[in-house]
Design a protein around this ligand. Sequence first.
Ligand code: MLT
Ligand code: MN
Ligand code: ZN
Length: 283
Amino acid sequence: MKIRFLGTAAGGGCPQWNCACAECVRARHEGADRTQDCLAISGDGVAWYLVNASPDLRTQLLRTAELAPGPGTRETPVRGVLLTSAEVDHSLGILTLREAKQMAIYGTRTVLDALPWLPILDHYLTVDRRVVSCGEPTHLEGGLTVTAFALGAKRPRYASAHASAGDWVTGLRFTDSCGGSLTYAPCLYTLDDALTVLTEAADVVVLDGTFLTAHEPVDCGAGGSGHLPIQESLPLLQAYPGPRYLYTHLNNTNPVATRDSPHQIELAKSGAQPAPEAGLIEL
Ligand code: MLT
Ligand code: MN
Ligand code: ZN
């Protein structure tokens, strides 16, 4: 399978348009740009699926050669979008796909029902809603199989009036026909119940690296974050040394995102890395 990291930052990206924090100033100065978290994945290099759809999706699609259209005028390798949550930064990009004739959107019933932009998208194209149930494998084109697992009920802020129960957040485990496997969990509140499913038999685990420390969201005014900081997840992962661990959904306050920062070097010593913006891995 091939995995392209379309974006690796949390909501707002880095630099964030209205932020002059040290990390955003440095990123602006260096011309570094982490766009908002999502992936493209393929089992055969022909049929591709977007995993989440960030507000930066147009830029991400245009810079990714594998996702270029053709040979037919309106032929696209993008076969569908799989959503791990209904958060704005993970789903708003589906509106960017409105020039398509048809698009398959996969998500839990809770997520598909909550998304405000899905009924809007219905006016532009045929939206094929594919309901995903945790624990039940779904077969995708190109030899990929995906299975969702529940990661809690952290609702987007706009959805606070919705019933709180349901699978608001999931992780996705992909396997291909050659035995390769990738687990993607960009929103983790706790690893109490998820550690086994996250780490078992995965070649690569891409997980929530929003914040490095527990005090970071408080310091930057984000309040209670709902994201397990790297300093708490990393020691737990070290008991499972098999997979390669890549942190994504990096907030613009997180020094691990900055190239060659002492924090990034320290992380590498522990066997984990920030996910490479625009990078490709092949399993
Ligand atoms: C989150 O990851 O907690 C949300 O995406 C925050 C946001 O709405 O930007
Ligand atoms: Mn987010
Ligand atoms: Zn900033």
